[in-house]
Design a binder for this molecule. Structure first.
Ligand SMILES: [Fe+2]
Length: 311
């Protein structure tokens, strides 16, 4: 997937490449894979960011779900900090055992070289230039460890999937209803009635009741009315609230969850954010070995990993 992107270099990390874009109608037209039909429980894991300890935790929680027919989907950005060959391969091997969609990270890793889109995060203006620059350099370093055969496999991953849980249609995306890296399902955006109305219309156009997303790194569950929802897990591999050093993932199921951080019941479904209780010290040691003080990931993420986000 070597595409020339007409993106000015100083916009790297700020823009949304054309090949990220799709329409809700494209989601409506997509088939539902047999493995995602007739589910009792769907787990959606976004933003693992190479956190090996979080991967262990989420797989253990998923294994403990007694639902008779269940599936787990990694909806993008499962790679990020894993910029060492063995670590990267380890994450990829586990993801390969499940279904996955591409995030902006995997989409950029799938290119033969990192292009003018940089990390592909399409950061909005309220994210500082330093953060964008760190991300653009992290993706460059990560790209160097990706074998060619894995690059091709990442390129072949879909940008979205459809699932059916308890007879209800669910769209699994990384960003929003229009783009792999869209911010339309961010916590900030969904505070506004206009954005919720747009999301509701997108549900209708995509022929689903629920969008399960990630990408914006902060969790939100938004009731769009008429049985329609957006559920954004924030990040499975990073803390999502100040002082709460665990990740979150999404569970959509016909049965009530156990241990949920947040749960909403809209018959016949329970939509919940499930805590991902990983080994915090072990994860920090792994992170710091690869990204010591002064490195781009340390500069950008050490505070969140150790203390959680500011808000
Ligand atoms: Fe992302």
């Amino acid at each position: 997937m070597d595409q020339r992107l007409n993106t000015p270099q100083d916009q790297a990390g700020r823009t949304c490449p054309m090949d990220y874009r799709y329409r809700p109608q494209d989601i409506a037209a997509a088939p539902t894979l047999p493995a995602l039909q007739g589910l009792d429980a769907l787990w959606v894991v976004g933003g693992l960011y190479g956190n090996r300890e979080a991967l262990d935790a989420v797989l253990a929680a998923y294994r403990d779900d007694p639902s008779p027919r269940k599936a787990l989907v990694f909806n993008g950005d499962f790679h990020w900090f894993d910029a060492e060959p063995d670590w990267f391969a380890d994450i990829q091997a586990e993801v390969d055992r499940h279904l996955a969609t591409r995030g902006n990270v995997e989409t950029e890793l799938a290119r033969e070289a990192i292009g003018a889109a940089g990390c592909g995060c399409a950061y909005p203006d309220d994210v500082g230039d330093d953060t964008v620059a760190y991300s653009n350099r992290i993706i460059e370093r990560l790209h160097a460890v990706v074998p060619a055969d894995v690059r091709r496999r990442l390129a072949a991953l879909p940008r979205f999937l459809r699932a059916e849980v308890g007879g209800v249609g669910v769209a699994i995306v990384h960003g929003d209803a229009h783009s792999l890296a869209g911010w339309g399902f961010s916590r900030d955006a969904l505070q506004h009635e206009a954005a919720r109305q747009d999301a509701g219309l997108a549900c209708d156009a995509a022929a689903v009741r629920i969008f399960a997303s990630s990408h914006t790194c902060m969790p939100v569950v938004s009731d769009l009315g008429a049985g329609r929802w957006v559920i954004n897990n924030g990040a499975a591999g990073l803390p999502n609230a100040t002082g709460a050093l665990h990740g979150l993932c999404t569970r959509i199921a016909t049965t009530a969850p156990t241990g949920a951080s947040q749960c909403h019941h809209d018959a016949p479904l329970h939509l919940s954010l499930q805590p991902v209780h990983y080994a915090v010290t072990q994860w920090w040691q792994r992170f710091e070995r690869s990204w010591p003080p002064g490195s781009d990931a340390f500069n950008s993420y050490a505070g969140r990993i150790r203390c959680g986000p500011d808000s």
